[in-house]
Ligand binder design. Structure first.
Ligand SMILES: Cc1ncc(COP(=O)(O)O)c(C=O)c1O
Length: 320
């Protein structure tokens, strides 16, 4: 049993709080994509839901808890997807939701947060500046600050994906997981290392935003001065120590990929699966493209974690 902050019983119980629309998402083999990549590829589709990303699995738990406690408001910093998910989960439960995001976040993400009725507070800086501002708002208003990947519910929500992967019909050799703050990888990793420990858990980050991957390799927190990547969902610079500790227990590897591979991954996903995905969701395919020998003949699963993407940008990347 991996020793992390997570607990399998709590993760199983979490399924009862999360709206079923986010659970039991499709998982299927994509033979055309697999032939192109030289391995068997299955995708776990986390985009066919009202907020087009997996993040609502966690926000459902947080919002459920806050509603139970009689709280009325919550604030979070977000690259875009967490904010949208919290807005969705909060609205159903009558919670006032404030989301702090960067002015440079994709317009579609900001528009969808507003459309879900959240108050949107924009900072002229990156995600780390949004984190600082969200913490200040929480202090000033005396409301709950939701911190993605640090707050255990965000990891437990993501971990329910791990239960579905482990309970699937066909066994697989490796899972490729986009790595941002780390909730997705620590959650899924904890479950897989508990239930199917022989499965390789591989985290994937863009080379332009490598802080947590570098931290994992050096076994200590490494921060970066800047983050430059089209994968806006995973562009953090300040890894959270508690999350790194968990990741050191459950991840077998953490790899970095080039921007050109992320774009190739998006193109392949469109061509061979018909999916329009945001760059973060193409990280797994990018990792296979950059190291075909490692995956040759094996069965890999990649989590398609988000599809909130500006369509003009997607077109420019995929059809230059
Ligand atoms: C689409 C997408 N993929 C991956 C991630 C990374 O997830 P985590 O921050 O849990 O590592 C995020 C984070 O918001 C995301 O929005």
């Amino acid at each position: 049993m991996p020793r992390t902050r997570l607990d399998l019983d709590r993760i199983r119980a979490a399924r009862r709080t999360i709206d079923p629309v986010y659970l039991d998402t499709p998982m299927y083999r994509c033979d055309a994509l697999g032939r192109r990549l030289g391995c068997t590829v299955s995708i776990k589709l986390e985009t066919a839901n009202p907020v087009r990303s997996f993040k609502a699995r966690g926000t459902e738990l947080v919002a459920g808890l806050l509603a139970e406690q009689g709280r009325t408001a919550v604030v979070c910093a977000s690259a875009g997807n967490l904010g949208q998910a919290l807005a969705w989960s909060g609205r159903r439960r009558g919670l006032g939701v404030t989301v702090v995001a960067s002015v440079r976040a994709p317009a579609v993400k900001l528009d969808r947060i507003r459309a879900l009725g959240a108050e949107l507070d924009l900072v002229d800086g990156d995600f780390e500046m949004a984190r600082e501002r969200a913490a200040r708002i929480a202090r000033e208003r005396g409301i709950r600050l939701l911190e993605d990947s640090l707050d255990i519910e965000t990891c437990e929500g993501a971990a329910t994906i791990g239960l579905e992967l482990a309970g699937g019909e066909s066994p697989f050799d490796a899972v490729l997981i986009a790595l941002g703050g780390g909730a997705l990888a620590t959650g899924v990793g904890h479950v897989l290392k508990t239930l199917v420990p022989e499965t390789e858990v591989i985290c994937v980050q863009p080379a332009g935003a490598p802080a947590l991957t570098r931290s994992w390799h050096e076994r200590r927190v490494i921060t970066t001065e800047s983050a430059g990547t089209i994968a806006d969902g995973v562009a953090g610079r300040f890894p959270i120590p508690e999350v790194l500790d968990d990741l050191l227990v459950v991840a077998d590897d953490a790899v970095l990929v080039r921007e050109s591979s992320i774009i190739d991954g998006m193109r392949l996903l469109l061509e061979h699966t018909g999916l329009v995905v945001e760059p973060s969701a193409a990280l797994g395919v990018a990792a296979v493209l950059e190291d075909r020998d490692r995956f040759s003949g094996r069965h890999v699963v990649t989590v398609i974690c988000g599809s909130n993407v500006d369509l003009d940008a997607h077109r420019r990347w995929v059809h230059p």
